[in-house]
Design a protein around this ligand. Structure first.
Ligand code: NAD
Length: 319
């Protein structure tokens, strides 16, 4: 495998470490030349399409800001390049459709980096709940993101480039886990607001979503917490309350043992899933399997978030 990387920022560096460990990183692109300095031993580019056309990689990892995902995914898939994109899939319904068409037409494998599905605790409960009836799921994200965080890159905190705030960025992983367990809801009713960062960002820092379906869910998210708190899932079945936090599963008060296969890379809140997900993506390519978190699967959380943005406190039906 010869794998190229675009977007050599915070998370691009985590992908680069894993690809270098696998011996596969063959070229890097970033519009900021400073970010390319540490990859001087490789071909480096400031133009993504030129990199694809000159390097002709087998695969590419897209780690750029949200508004670039759809176009970069389509450029790669139309060239038959296996494509792994960072979350979120994209930021609009039109883009979802474009990506789905590009993925259907392409021979290449496509995946989105929703790595928390590979964390030990989440693999455990997904398997544990396989044959059980879920009554309800609650997801909670209470993190701290301040003005300095939003000032750290020009695309953050802006509707046109981030596509939203806490929901489409920080909380998307946990919402994805909720939807992984519940499936898509029939309707979404949400309240979305900016409670602590009015002078810093034009997008929401807090949201509550009620998803009606079978089962339904409740989701709370804020970037206005005084500190990063552990994300939480609570699952109710007919006779159990299951509490899931990073590294821990507690069923009706009893702690469960499970095994974590990989070390966390980058910030602790990213979890240990990046390496597991990337290894699985390449395993799929080698074995001709379709990667499980493709366009349809990754679109689910984006559709719920876009419905939440449209809701204004009223139910929005999902197709
Ligand atoms: N899976 C996770 O846990 C996780 C964690 C952090 C970030 N992310 C996602 O990764 C993506 C990047 O986030 P980040 O925090 O690394 O941001 P960042 O700002 O640190 O990095 C983005 C990089 O993309 C570069 N870039 C911008 N336009 C470009 C272009 N046209 N061509 C090539 N490079 C370009 C920027 O110069 C920057 O170096 C986002 O989608 C974010 O949501 C995922």
């Amino acid at each position: 495998m010869r794998t190229a990387l675009t977007g050599a920022g915070v998370i691009g560096s985590v992908h680069a470490v894993i690809l270098q460990k696998r011996g596969e990183l063959c070229a890097v692109c970033d519009i900021d030349e400073k970010k390319l300095e540490k990859y001087a031993s490789l071909p480096v580019y400031t133009d993504y399409v030129r990199m694809l056309d000159e390097v002709k990689p087998d695969a590419v990892h897209i780690c750029t800001p949200h508004y670039l995902h759809a176009q970069m995914i389509c450029e790669a898939l139309s060239r038959g390049v296996h494509t792994l994109c960072e979350k979120p899939l994209c930021i609009s319904l039109d883009e979802i459709e474009k990506i789905k068409r590009a993925a259907e037409k392409s021979e290449a494998n496509f995946g989105v980096c929703l790595q928390n599905r590979y964390n030990g605790e989440n693999l455990y409960i997904k398997e544990y709940l396989k044959d059980k009836k879920i009554v309800s799921v609650t997801g909670t994200v209470a993190w701290h993101r301040d003005g300095a965080y939003y000032a750290s890159a020009p695309w953050r905190g802006k509707q046109s480039t981030e596509g939203g705030g806490v929901l489409i960025n920080q909380a998307l992983h946990t919402l994805d886990l909720v939807l992984w367990l519940t499936g898509a809801p029939e309707t979404v009713t949400a309240s979305v607001s900016n409670l602590t960062l009015q002078n810093a960002i034009e997008v929401e820092d807090s949201a509550v979503i009620i998803g009606k379906g079978d089962p339904g869910f409740v989701f709370f998210a804020t970037n206005g917490s005084p500190a990063d708190m552990p994300v939480e899932l609570t699952v109710k079945t007919d006779d159990e309350i299951i509490k899931v936090t990073p590294g821990s599963v507690v069923i009706n008060g009893e702690a469960i043992r499970f095994r974590e296969k990989y070390e966390a890379l980058g910030k602790k809140c990213y979890g240990s899933g990046h390496e597991a997900l990337i290894n699985d993506f390449y395993d799929c390519i080698s074995n001709g399997r379709k990667f499980a978190i493709g366009a349809e699967e990754a679109a689910r959380s984006v559709k719920v978030i876009l419905a939440a943005y449209a809701s204004g406190g009223k139910p929005v039906r999902l197709d």
